[in-house]
Design a protein around this ligand. Structure first.
Ligand SMILES: [Zn+2]
Length: 175
């Protein structure tokens, strides 16, 4: 009797050790700090994007598939995956979105301001050809950020400001 109990106990302990990291166990995803935000294809870390943003950017016929979860955006320029949710196992690729993701390879057109549909090229031209040197001049020349709806239009659901600034810096470095 005692022997059987010991045997069972050690077996339970063994199982406990094996299950210690809940993240490695596909049945459970309760380990919050290590919530799986890795792209299911390239396995690089993604950026959290709100559900409302994803719903607005996937093709209309796919809106229903989005469900109610927030998503991650794969930040790897080489990877064809855009939004993914590891919990429901849903993922979208570049072709399933209404707009190209600016940092993805071969993005065309390459938008810097999604709200007003101003491209990186337009901003660089405003710097190189029209002599703009700062954000204020850029906004005036290109009309960028005149129609701010970043939560619905920008792929990260964030203000386009930083992407525009990066494009200005790129233009300035070409002078
Ligand atoms: Zn990826």
């Amino acid at each position: 009797m005692k022997k059987i109990n010991y045997g069972r106990k050690s077996r339970i302990m063994e199982n406990e050790t094996l299950n210690k990291c809940c993240c490695g166990n596909s049945e459970k995803s309760s380990c919050v700090e290590e919530k799986n935000n890795l792209c299911p294809v390239c396995e690089k870390q993604g950026a959290l994007v709100k559900n409302i943003t994803v719903k607005h950017l996937v093709l209309d016929e796919l809106t229903e598939q989005v469900g109610g979860n927030d998503y991650f955006l794969c930040m790897n320029d080489e990877c064809g995956i855009t939004y993914y949710d590891t919990e429901s196992n849903i993922k979208f690729n570049k072709q399933q979105l209404k707009v190209p993701i600016w940092f993805k390879k071969d993005a065309n057109p390459k938008y810097a301001c999604y709200c007003s549909k101003v491209t990186e090229e337009q901003i660089i031209n405003a710097v190189v050809k029209d002599g703009a040197t700062n954000m204020k001049e850029i906004l005036k020349i290109t009309g960028a950020m005149s129609n701010s709806q970043c939560q619905k239009k920008n792929p990260l659901g964030k203000c386009c400001h930083q992407i525009i600034q990066d494009a200005i810096d790129k233009g300035l470095s070409m002078k």
